[in-house]
Ligand binder design. Structure first.
Ligand SMILES: [Zn+2]
Ligand SMILES: [Zn+2]
Length: 133
């Protein structure tokens, strides 16, 4: 089996990245922090092995959104790109929708539904978790 390669980037194109599969932990996150960071009711994520993911153009700007969390984005257009947690030092979470072919990877679950906005109805039948997994 050949390793799947994924590319993606921000809205303006200043920051580009590549990741080698597998892309794991496909999920929708409804947490308050993701919502604020993205300005969106939820954010879809996938996870790459840290060493299998790299920036190929530009600079990823990071903001410490929690004591152990760094969120990466493009400083020019604000596009939300990454999330990394000190407790998972070997992983890099990447916004699924910033991939060049986001339709290829479908989220498999909803996490942090305890923070879900009341006007957002989940009707896809996927597993739901009140907090993280
Ligand atoms: Zn950009
Ligand atoms: Zn979140």
């Amino acid at each position: 089996m050949s390793e799947q390669c994924y590319s993606g980037g921000c809205l303006c194109g200043a920051v580009r990245y590549e990741g080698s599969g597998p892309a794991a932990n496909l999920c929708y996150c409804h947490c308050n922090s993701c919502r604020r960071a993205a300005g969106a009711p939820l954010v879809a994520w996938c996870t790459f092995t840290r060493s299998a993911w790299r920036v190929t153009r530009g600079t990823l700007t990071e903001y410490r959104s929690s004591p152990q969390v760094l969120r990466g984005f493009c400083a020019a257009c604000g596009g939300a790109l990454t999330y990394r947690h000190d407790a998972r030092a070997d992983e890099m979470d990447v916004t699924l929708a910033s991939l060049d072919e986001p339709a290829a990877l479908a989220p498999q679950m909803h996490v942090w539904v305890g923070d879900k906005l009341p006007w957002l109805a989940i009707t896809d039948g996927l597993p739901q978790f009140i907090a993280g997994t």
